[in-house]
Design a protein around this ligand. Structure first.
Ligand SMILES: *[C@@H]1O[C@H](CO)[C@@H](O)[C@H](O)[C@H]1NC(C)=O
Ligand SMILES: *[C@@H]1O[C@H](CO)[C@@H](O)[C@H](O)[C@H]1NC(C)=O
Ligand SMILES: *[C@@H]1O[C@H](CO)[C@@H](O)[C@H](O)[C@H]1NC(C)=O
Length: 229
């Protein structure tokens, strides 16, 4: 009797367990979007050749169970045939928990050299549920446009470097000049200032010179007369 009871219990438990497993084995309810931070809305996103291009991947778990984002991986293919793969992109491992009813934002980075033209980009994520089942989910599948890095930016950096070097040399030059000629500076400082009398005399001399330019009839102004008196 006792044995039968426990066997029944085990069967029921097993059935419950099986039921829960099959319920959780169904594809996870996750909404995924990928965006290129530098892309202009409505236009094909640009990928700069040879530079690290970041992609912001957003996962929204609308299900009732926690999931884990294991990794994101991608391929670059011919835009007219996505099966014609040009390059397998680096797989980034995250192992981050995506809570039930939660949102998770993860960064992905694409760094690859390619001639400027359109290609097909496919990004996939590997999700793991609580029973260690793996679910490959599509993150991005559309055309992107490879472009050359902006040359003028490099030129600008070079110009700044030249200005910096010129500034350093100018500073060194001034330092050497100061260090080698301290006497010159002192003599300049020692130049005696004009006494008020000397200044008056100099001004008077200038006035005399100035008056040579003044026509005769103007010199006989009341002011001049008054001064001479
Ligand atoms: C990309 O990876 C797949 C599977 O690992 C492989 O068959 C294929 O040759 C790779 N393609 C390139 C272009 O490396
Ligand atoms: C991605 O898009 C291309 C072109 O529209 C299509 O041929 C391909 O089947 C898509 N891949 C997936 C995994 O949906
Ligand atoms: C892709 O980039 C090239 C050069 O950078 C440009 O001429 C072309 O118009 C771009 N195409 C799209 C669809 O944005």
């Amino acid at each position: 009797m006792f044995g039968l009871k426990s066997t029944l219990k085990a069967l029921v438990c097993g059935a419950l367990l099986l039921a829960s497993v099959s319920a959780q084995d169904s594809a996870p309810n996750v909404a995924i979007s990928a965006e290129f931070p530098n892309a202009i809305a409505g236009l094909t996103p640009n990928i700069v050749s040879g530079e690290a291009n970041s992609v912001k991947v957003t996962f929204k778990n609308t299900g009732k169970t926690d999931l884990k984002v294991n990794l994101i991986v991608g391929t670059v293919a011919e835009s007219d045939d996505y099966n014609n793969i040009i390059r397998n992109l680096t797989a980034y491992k995250y192992g981050t928990t995506l809570k039930a009813d939660g949102t998770l934002i993860l960064p992905y980075s694409i760094k690859m050299e390619h001639a400027s033209r359109e290609v097909g980009l496919t990004l996939m994520a590997d999700l793991i549920d609580s029973n260690k089942n793996h679910f490959p989910v599509l993150v991005y599948n559309s055309t992107v446009n490879f472009t050359e890095p902006v040359q003028s930016w490099i030129d600008l950096q070079l110009i700044f470097l030249y200005i910096l070097i010129a500034g350093i040399f100018a500073a060194i030059g001034m330092f050497i000049k100061d260090a080698m000629a301290p006497e010159t500076k002192k003599t300049v400082k020692k130049t005696p200032a004009m006494t008020p009398e000397e200044r008056e005399a100099a001004l008077e001399k200038m006035k005399v010179l100035d008056e040579d330019w003044i026509p005769e009839h103007h010199k006989k102004s009341p002011r001049v007369v008054k001064r001479r008196a």
